[in-house]
Unconditional design. Sequence first.
Length: 121
Amino acid sequence: MSGQGPLDLETLAQLRALAGSRGASLAEDAIDAFLQELPQRLRILRDAVAQSDWRTAEHGAQALRGIAATLGAREVVRTSAELAEALGRGASAEAVLRLAELEKAGAEAMAALALQRGGSP
């Protein structure tokens, strides 16, 4: 991923070149979905970690990593991968720390994507 900051702007530029639904670019559709879904995905992850449901949490972290990679949300990609890895090893204390990092990275990505979209998170 290129550049600095929470987003890879090259990835977004590539998505913007592709047509999406409703006449918007694929990037706009993906940003809209990310902004809408991220809070719920993070809540599900928090609940799964709190309940020691490592399998659900690991799958959720892996799915979030893939979604974030599509948009170039670098820190969400990194922290969700680290969370999934910690969960896969059964490192519950580390998973709690990684989840907190992921929540922070998610908030930063949402703010940056909302600016790219021209709206508010």
